[in-house]
Design a protein. Structure first.
Length: 411
């Protein structure tokens, strides 16, 4: 049984600890335009050059007033108008109000804005329903961000939530760490690039395609070396080329124990292997090591195994190498299973599942179906991993399990 042959396998936690303890983040930085900074990592802390908002402005369409001039039932004539981008600049007579639009600068001396829904307009002026308080409906200067306030620390990944904020501060360029250079290739005579006709016995190289997509989301510079045939000389040349040009080399296939699995042999010849067998399912044959210049990760050949090991191991490795100090592992929650789950003790099992919330607000999860390491459709059907402990056996309907929600790489 599988349980009897796993005592020498490295746990996921041990493997990840070994990997992250050996690597250090890149130190090289560059300055890029904000429009080119998506998915890049901040190389220094960013402070705000201005206050946001830069001036006190109206939070409502309405009327700017001086509260001490407001008397119940007494109309105030309108002395002028203030618009966003066109403030009121004239002299403001006593005992009058100013028509003001949302975002318009607050006229000097005004201490409240009354929304237009509380205003009654007549020939004599404007009468207001209800009382006004000082500061009502006024956005103060610096209320969101004060000038020179810290905006982002070093190590933040810039995306749709961060870049518009920097744009609102007038920041046109940002210092970021150099993009991680990652060389990728697949191994195997049976592989054919996507888009080419299949010959007898061939399959499409989906692993390299999936790895490329995930690396793009992680902001890496990709060096794609294509498919390398099961030939020692060709594989040696690919490793040497990748090592000379990349910070990290990722291969797919060839890390098992088959007669034509040469990747492990090349690693032993050209570098050092830290480990190459893990107590996880799918994804037992995963290699990590160091070439002369670059780090190396060898993914399994089965598509689900390759995607899973990338997700669980390569993703945090890339984050650390890239300087992404704010990276957090995917969220794990407790749920009850609505389907039985098959499992043998011995390896930590990541089954693909579909979680949902009951009308009572409880989390439940069901399997996507067949869990073979070749069934890549389980990722498109699922939205989480069902994480079953290493020594746990099969799970009955209704038992509690831990689920790990897919993050942006898979969702």
């Amino acid at each position: 049984m599988d349980h009897c042959n796993t005592s020498d396998l490295l746990s996921l936690e041990q493997a990840l600890s070994k990997m992250l303890s050996q690597v250090t983040p890149l130190q090289a930085t560059e300055v890029v335009a904000l429009t080119q900074a998506a998915s890049r990592i901040t190389a220094c802390a960013i402070t705000s050059p201005i206050a946001v908002p830069p001036f006190a402005n109206s939070a409502m369409d309405g009327y700017a007033i001086r509260c001490n001039e407001l008397s119940s039932g007494m109309p105030l004539p309108v002395a002028g108008k203030a618009f966003a981008g066109a403030p009121f600049k004239d002299a403001w007579p006593a005992n009058s109000c100013i028509r003001i639009m949302t975002g318009a600068p607050i006229p000097p001396g005004a201490d409240a804005v009354i929304m237009q829904e509380q205003a009654v307009i007549s020939e004599q002026g404007v009468t207001f329903n209800g009382n006004a308080r000082i500061g009502q409906n006024i956005r103060l200067a610096g209320e969101d961000i004060e000038q020179n306030a810290a905006v982002f620390p070093t190590g933040v990944k810039l995306g749709a939530a961060q870049l518009p904020l920097l744009a609102s501060l007038g920041i046109a360029e940002v210092s970021v760490f150099r993009a991680l250079k990652v060389a990728i290739f697949s191994t195997g005579d049976e592989l054919q690039p996507v888009g080419q006709p299949l010959a007898e016995g061939q399959i499409y190289d989906t692993n390299r395609f999936a790895v490329r997509l995930m690396l793009q989301q992680l902001g890496c510079q990709i060096i794609d070396l294509g498919v390398i045939h099961d030939d020692q000389d060709a594989l040696r040349h690919a490793f040497q080329q990748a090592d000379a040009t990349a910070d990290l080399v990722i291969s797919s296939g060839g890390v098992s124990v088959g007669e034509a699995d040469y990747t492990k042999q090349m690693l032993e010849e050209l570098g050092d292997i830290a480990f190459w067998k893990l107590a996880i399912k799918p994804g037992k044959p995963f290699a990590f090591g160091k070439l002369d210049n670059a780090w190396f990760c060898g993914l399994p050949g089965n598509p689900v195994s390759a995607a899973l090991t990338f997700y669980q191991l390569v993703q945090p490795l890339v984050a650390k190498l890239s300087g992404h100090s704010q990276w957090q592992p995917p969220l794990r929650l407790k749920a009850k299973t609505t389907t039985a789950l098959k499992k043998s003790p011995g390896r930590l099992d990541f089954q693909r599942g579909i979680f949902s919330t009951t009308p009572q607000g409880e989390l439940e999860v069901r399997t996507t179906g067949h869990q073979g390491s070749h069934v890549f459709s389980s990722f498109s059907q699922g939205n989480c991993f069902i994480v079953l402990e290493r020594e746990r056996g099969s799970v009955a309907v209704g038992e509690p399990v831990e689920i790990e929600l897919f993050n942006g790489l898979l969702s």
